[in-house]
Design a protein around this ligand. Structure first.
Ligand SMILES: O=C(O)/C=C/C(=O)CC(=O)CC(=O)O
Ligand SMILES: [Ca+2]
Ligand SMILES: [Mg+2]
Length: 404
């Protein structure tokens, strides 16, 4: 039996957040403070009603598919259930369904349908252009016309805590005459925000229907082998350099929880085509932190991303492609204006020209076997009753291991 204590609004996992998860024991849950409520058990006991979408489910897909009216209703039910629970008659019933976060093994929260990786941070796009294409214009002519992206590999999306074997592939350094096959020598990360499609579509999604289809967001580390990528990508784009592993955080934070963290999105110039023009254009004030073996090396800011998730989803389906429950699309690497705000190590160390010093005195340019990267983030609420409160995403963590 776990004793209930109500988390305050100063807790990033307070009742203003209520992120969802799936556990390795095969049930889905919602986090409140340091506790997780078994949603399937709660639904079976009649404490909430998601139309059966939690009962005996091992992933969130069935609930994600229900759509916004159910998402909103269940969020209200959960808020009611937890508020004042300490004095409520059903306290003991609920406590029997609570599990401490510490000691609960978490799983991939939803089965990933398709995975798309966008490229929507202007600073990141400019930096990678300078590094990969020093003789070309820093932004290609299409970059401000459409949110560029590519289809990634859904089957290699893994939950935080999963080891990442060093990828092998073809690489050819500029001073090498011929390519060779072997372990990547330039293994990197990409700090991103991933959006999770809940309600499917049968065709294009209007840019103003983003909230009808997207349930929420997770943290993403889109591991990238820069040497494999640099040799393979022309002219079709990333392939094996990025398809070996993509790590996500175990908590799915709802768009409802992020509402008070809305912030201004950058003005777009030139103006975008009609299908990308939003009636109300906004971003989210989400602050990331990137730790390399425990040393804080960067703080990427999400708010300034050029293409919003609403535009990305509209573009992703603009050709007529439909969206499915469990589709995951990532923001693209999030980089701010300074080296200390970059979302990849190739930018942070400028391709190894400026290695970073870790707290243990060692230095790094790219990842070594045994290195652990932890990316955490929280959204900052402004205005309203939650002014100043943080909405926690937790973290996405992975350790690079030698491939056997
Ligand atoms: O500009 C390039 O050639 C490469 C860019 C990236 O590797 C970034 C990418 O995968 C998309 C993103 O995460 O922003
Ligand atoms: Ca990426
Ligand atoms: Mg990837």
């Amino acid at each position: 039996m776990t004793e209930w204590t109500e988390p305050g609004v100063d807790d990033p996992f307070g009742l203003h957040n209520l992120p969802l998860c799936a556990t390795r024991d095969g049930w889905v849950g919602v986090r409140a403070g340091d506790l997780i409520l078994n949603l399937g058990a709660a639904e079976e006991a009649g404490l909430l009603d998601a139309g059966g979408a939690f009962t005996r489910e091992t992933t969130l897909n069935r609930f994600l598919a229900t759509g916004r009216p159910t998402w909103t209703r269940v969020r209200e039910q959960l808020t009611d259930l937890f508020t004042g629970l300490a004095e409520a008659p059903h306290r003991a019933t609920v406590e029997a369904m609570l599990h401490p976060v510490d000691g609960t093994a978490l799983a991939l929260p939803f089965e990933v349908a398709d995975y798309v990786d966008f490229y929507s941070s202007e600073e990141h796009a400019k930096n990678l252009s300078r590094l990969f294409r020093p003789d070309s214009p820093s932004l290609l002519p299409n970059w401000k016309s459409l949110p560029i992206g590519y289809h990634g590999r859904a089957g290699t999306v893994v939950v935080s805590g999963t080891d990442v074997p060093r990828p092998h592939g073809q690489r050819k350094a500029p001073d090498e005459e011929r390519p060779s096959y072997g372990p990547s020598r330039r293994l990197d990360i990409e700090a991103e925000l991933g959006f999770v499609v809940g309600a499917p579509s049968t065709g294009p999604i209007d840019v103003d229907d983003f909230r009808r289809h997207v349930y929420g967001a997770v943290l993403v580390n889109d591991w990238s082998a820069r040497d494999i990528q640099a040799w393979e990508y022309q002219p079709l784009g990333p392939f094996l350099g990025k398809s070996f592993a993509t790590s996500v955080s175990p908590w799915v934070v709802s768009l409802d929880a992020l509402e008070p963290a809305r912030s201004a999105a950058p003005t777009q110039d030139p103006p975008v085509l009609d299908y990308l023009r939003e009636a109300e254009r906004y971003s989210y004030d989400i602050r990331f932190e990137v730790f390399w073996n425990g040393t804080l090396v960067s703080r990427p800011p999400y708010a300034g991303i050029y293409w919003t998730p609403a535009q990305q989803l509209a573009h992703l389906t603009a050709n007529g492609a439909w969206a499915r429950t469990g589709d995951l699309y990532a923001s693209g690497t999030i980089s701010g204006a300074t080296p200390e705000e970059t979302g990849s190590f190739i930018e942070r160390t400028w391709n190894g020209a400026h290695p970073v010093r870790l707290d243990d005195g060692s230095t790094r340019s790219f990842l070594l076997d045994g290195d652990t990267v932890t990316i955490s983030a929280a959204a900052r609420c402004s205005g309203g009753p939650a002014d100043g409160a943080m909405v926690g995403f937790g973290e996405v963590r992975g350790t690079v291991v030698t491939r056997v």
